[in-house]
Ligand binder design. Structure first.
Ligand code: GDP
Length: 319
């Protein structure tokens, strides 16, 4: 079994797969503070769903470490609308990158999953052991099944080949570079956009999906990137590690927070015809904390900063 910790990054070539995404971009920012060389490749140059091309690129780029942040992602509506793409694309991307890493002798790989891998009714907060103890939340089971397969692949490669491949499961993330498209986005960027638009257009109401009762935990993407780099350097074992903030709010509380920060003064109304999804999704992060990491950005500060980012860039990202 590979247990190469600590794994110092100095002088290493670190490939951030998915560097245009919110998490990948945050990782590139965070890794700038390390004495390592960051490798990236654009989607137009390499489609990670293509196995032969992925293997050839990795063999040529020779990374020492890989952070697998490339994925087909989206909120509750996108998951429901594109189950085939969510399952297929994620299975293909992660299988290709993990296998290419093995073939090229990559010394360390960190696979990124999601808190939706846990059962819909898992006891809260959800510890790593809750995996595969009950049925998944149906609105995102396609994505969840792919992510479970990814963490199992990393585990299987540790066992069979002795590869030092590990997995991290982040909670709901937010921050600069998020997707603000209302059909595809997660709740926080959606509410930020809705609040700004409702304010500018002087709309009397802001519509929030579902009942407002579900609770979610939110972690700023810069905190997430910091935790991931910490795990890359210090963790080496079979078990996936939860990455969360412990900051849990109801969707109704979140809507109030966003309207306060954006200065929207209209009424918040709930569209109960839209799904609530899983009732609660709070991670138990005792293991991560025991490994010496804690978040720094509190939710109110992070939302204020993200609202500022959205106001400045109108949610338009460089593609
Ligand atoms: P989830 O954490 O996988 O359920 O994904 P989301 O972040 O998309 O949704 C979280 C919760 O926020 C669900 O209960 C949604 O119904 C609720 N929600 C309220 N308003 C919105 C909205 O405008 N967009 C999204 N995506 N979710 C919303």
């Amino acid at each position: 079994m590979a247990t190469d910790v600590p794994f110092p990054l100095a002088g290493k070539r670190v490939w951030v797969a998915g560097h245009r995404g919110m998490v990948g971009a945050a990782l590139v920012r965070r890794l700038a503070a390390e004495d390592c060389e960051v490798l990236t490749v654009d989607r137009a140059t390499l489609d990670l769903r293509r196995r032969a091309e992925t293997e050839a690129w990795v063999a040529d780029a020779r990374p020492d470490a890989v952070i697998l942040a490339a994925a087909r992602v989206g909120g509750i509506a996108a998951n429901d609308a594109y189950p085939g793409e969510f399952l297929h694309d994620n299975l293909a991307i992660q299988t290709n990158v993990i296998e290419a890493a093995r073939l090229s002798g990559v010394a360390k790989l960190l696979f990124l999953g999601s808190s939706c891998i846990y059962p819909k009714l898992a006891p809260q907060p959800m510890a790593e052991e809750a995996l595969l103890t009950g049925p998944l939340e149906p609105t995102n089971e396609w994505y969840a099944i792919a992510k479970i397969a990814g963490l199992k692949l990393a585990q299987a490669y540790r066992r069979q080949y002795g590869c030092d491949f590990i997995s991290a499961m982040p909670t709901n993330l937010y921050g600069p570079g998020d997707n603000f498209d209302l059909e595809a986005s997660h709740v926080l960027p959606a509410l930020i956009r809705k609040a700004y638009e409702a304010k500018v257009e002087r709309r009397p109401e802001l519509v929030v999906w579902g009942t407002g009762a579900p609770k979610r935990e939110f972690l700023h993407v810069d905190d997430c990137a910091d935790a991931l780099v910490h795990l890359l350097k210090t963790y080496s074992a079979d078990l996936h590690i939860n990455v969360g903030s412990g900051q849990e709010v109801s969707i109704a509380e979140l809507a109030e927070l966003v309207t306060r920060v954006t200065g929207y003064e209209g009424k918040i109304v709930y569209d109960a015809a839209k799904p609530d999804g899983t009732p609660r999704k709070l991670l138990d992060t005792s293991r991560l904390r025991a490994l010496g990491w804690a978040p720094r950005i509190d939710l109110a500060t992070g939302i204020t900063e993200t609202c500022g980012w959205f106001a400045e860039f109108r949610g338009i990202r460089e593609r």
